[in-house]
Design a protein. Structure first.
Lengths: 433, 234
């Protein structure tokens, strides 16, 4: 019962804070207008602070603790439970403070033979490029608050997805430079692995989204989100995951590979080469560590915007919209809350995958990309292009998408193997056990 | 005898990999949801805990402890008589049987009793003890037991692990009908006390039972708690 209350309470907190975000953005816009600047400048600056720093960085930091706590729940353990404030564990959040204090006060050791500038630059690049991706993500619809029409988006640029590809591929510099600048064989190995892995997956990552670009006829994430509000056959929302299930799968797998986490954690490989950050300590390590979690949050946001309907609440959307006709800020808050909830769920899903799937060998990682994901993504581009040419209303694409989803589910649940235990039991009997 | 492990080729679904990952995710998520929505069982009787809601079986160790089974060989104690003196007659059987030679005894005589001996010093070095229980087996008087259900408590210096007769002599007293001081009487025991002790004495047992190896409900910690409640100081 407590957990259900917690979930409902968290959702309410998210919606209320989303309303606060809108209010702050409109405030910034008002200030900018007062100074004779375009309203969007002020809103962009405020959004940068609230969305980039407050939401994404806080979420990334909370995920570092949540990973420990959630993985404990997935593995039937207790998880971290020693810090208590007046006898309450507070869901493990005080560990965040403990971590921060530890990272900031730890001695900052530096190898003597490092390359001085790059050694400092590497964590900055890794962290900055992860955080810069937040810029184009539409957290909420455009809503009229007071006099200003504001959106929870920092920069609605034409490039859209191309910006994501450009900045995401910059992230590899952070890890590779960290490996190179440490002047350590193991760190270099980790950096090289990161480079080859991320360059490989960059290809399938890009191709997976080409299908979505063709379906939605746009590169801009906010337009993609708007297009997903349409109804197919007058009933089903045209979510990206229905129109592009294969694209979703390929993109999601590639995105997990891009975050360099298990099952694709070859650049780290804790047990064998420690990883590209082996020589880093203190807050420099903290930034490399945190940038991974920020990447998780950002990729969850991109998947939400492109494939899961962005800020559309999906269920009862018309009812909510009509009920909140009079107060647009609350409609925006509910929509932005829906986005944030979807985003958190996707973060959770990524952690669940990380604690489920065993690690790949390095040749398997490359094989999966070049022989598995890349041909599938190419075929998806070809088929999607043909379908969009044949039927512009997207209903054919959605029909094909549903067939693909159904096929996957049938293969997953129907074609199960004969139970293993019988044969093994027979072998035991034959062996006289 | 070795047997052939099944050497199966992965089928189509397994080679696709994604369905198998989805199945695996299903298991992970099932565990997560059960542990998320159902709190961990906190029944203080650890052995009666089921895992019907939450699957979590962890015991938060210092706060929660599983009781040891009867017969567990814990910290030694010298069993007292009903008048508070040790049952031990300083026969050196335990010190002789001890493979680790961790028991040191100095025998003495009661000044008013011409027959009975008692240990002036009875020292066990718990650091040398190998917890074999031979001393308990060897004792002809049931005077040393390992029924406290406790480990030797940790100390900051080695001297703290040397237990002498003052620290060892604890726990519920025991009297048997064959005890010579009960049959014959002893000048050290007042007459009315002797009658009471004779009345409470247990018959001699030939077959070892759980009760002989473990006094139920007795532990050093419980005794300390009782003493605390009575307001005694250490």
């Amino acid at each position: 019962v407590g957990s259900v209350l917690l979930l409902v309470g968290l959702t309410a907190v998210i919606v209320v804070s989303a309303a606060g975000l809108y209010w702050l953005a409109s405030l910034g816009a008002g200030v900018a207008v007062g100074w004779g600047l375009p309203a969007s400048y002020g809103a962009a600056v405020v959004n940068m602070l609230t969305l980039g720093v407050l939401i994404v960085m806080t979420l990334g930091a909370v995920l570092t603790v949540a990973e420990r706590k959630w993985s404990a729940m997935m593995q039937d353990r207790l998880g971290p439970n020693r810090i208590k404030v007046f006898g309450f564990s507070l869901g493990g959040v005080p560990f965040l403070l403990a971590d921060a204090v530890k990272m900031l006060t730890k001695e900052d050791t530096r190898p003597a033979a490092r390359s001085h500038a790059l050694f400092i630059l590497a964590p900055i690049i890794a962290f900055a490029s992860a955080l810069a991706l937040v810029a184009i993500i539409p957290f909420g619809p455009i809503v009229k608050v007071g006099d200003q029409a504001v959106a929870l988006q920092i920069a609605p640029i034409d490039g859209g997805l191309l910006f994501i590809f450009a900045i995401a591929s910059l992230a590899v510099y952070g890890t590779t430079l960290a490996g190179w600048a440490s002047n350590n064989k193991l760190a270099l190995l980790g950096g090289v692995r990161a480079a080859s892995q991320m360059i490989s997956y960059e290809v399938s990552l890009g191709l997976a989204l080409v299908g979505s670009m063709m379906v939605f006829q746009s590169l801009r994430l906010e337009e993609m989100t708007l297009a997903q509000g349409r109804l197919l056959w007058g009933a089903i929302p045209a979510l990206g995951i229905f129109l592009q299930p294969v694209g979703f799968l390929v993109f999601f797998i590639s995105a997990i590979a891009e975050t360099k986490r298990a099952p694709f954690d070859l650049p780290e490989g804790e047990s064998e080469i420690v990883g590209y950050f082996v020589e880093y300590s203190g807050m420099k390590f903290g930034m490399l560590f945190l940038s991974e979690f920020v990447e998780i949050v950002v990729l969850a946001a991109v998947v939400t915007a492109v494939f899961l309907g962005g800020w559309h609440p999906i269920f009862f959307e018309q009812t909510i919209r009509q009920a909140l006709e009079g107060s647009p800020i609350w409609w925006g808050a509910v929509a932005a809350g829906a986005f944030l909830v979807k985003m958190v769920l996707l973060c959770w899903l990524q952690l669940a995958i990380r604690w489920t799937v065993p690690r790949f060998r390095f040749d398997q990682v490359q094989k999966l990309c070049w022989q598995g994901l890349l041909p599938v993504a190419l075929a998806n581009v070809l088929i999607t292009g043909a379908v969009v040419l044949l039927d512009g209303s997207l209903e054919l694409a959605a029909a094909i998408g549903f067939v693909e989803i159904a096929l996957l589910l049938i293969i997953t649940f129907a074609a199960a193997r004969a139970p293993e235990s019988d044969r093994r039991g027979a072998a035991h009997v034959a062996a006289g056990h | 005898m070795p047997y052939q492990l099944p050497d199966d080729r992965p089928n189509f679904a397994e080679r696709l990999y994604v369905p198998e990952v989805i199945k695996g995710l299903g298991i992970t998520i099932r565990h997560f949801l059960r542990n998320f929505f159902f709190g961990r069982e906190t029944n203080p009787e650890m052995l009666e805990r089921t895992r019907r809601g939450s699957l979590n079986a962890t015991l938060a160790y210092p706060e929660e402890k599983v009781p040891y089974p009867p017969g567990y060989r814990g910290l030694h104690r010298l069993v007292p008589r009903d008048d508070g003196k040790p049952r031990c007659v300083a026969c050196y059987m335990c010190a002789t049987a001890c493979p680790a030679q961790c028991i040191y005894i100095e025998a003495g005589e009661y000044p008013d009793d011409p027959i009975e001996k008692y240990p002036v010093k009875f020292v066990i070095d718990e650091l040398r003890c190998v917890v074999c229980g031979f001393c308990v087996e060897a004792c002809p008087k049931d005077a040393i037991r390992m029924d406290t259900g406790e480990h030797a408590p940790p100390t900051y210096d080695r001297a703290g692990q040397i237990w002498d007769e003052k620290r060892l002599l604890r726990g519920p007293p025991v009297s048997y009908q064959y005890d010579p001081w009960l049959r014959r009487g002893s000048p050290a025991i007042p007459a009315e006390k002797l009658e009471e002790m004779r009345a409470r004495a247990k018959p001699f047992r030939i077959v070892a039972t759980d009760e002989a190896s473990q006094t139920p409900g007795f532990s050093v910690r419980a005794l300390a708690q009782e003493a605390k409640e009575r307001g005694e100081k250490k």
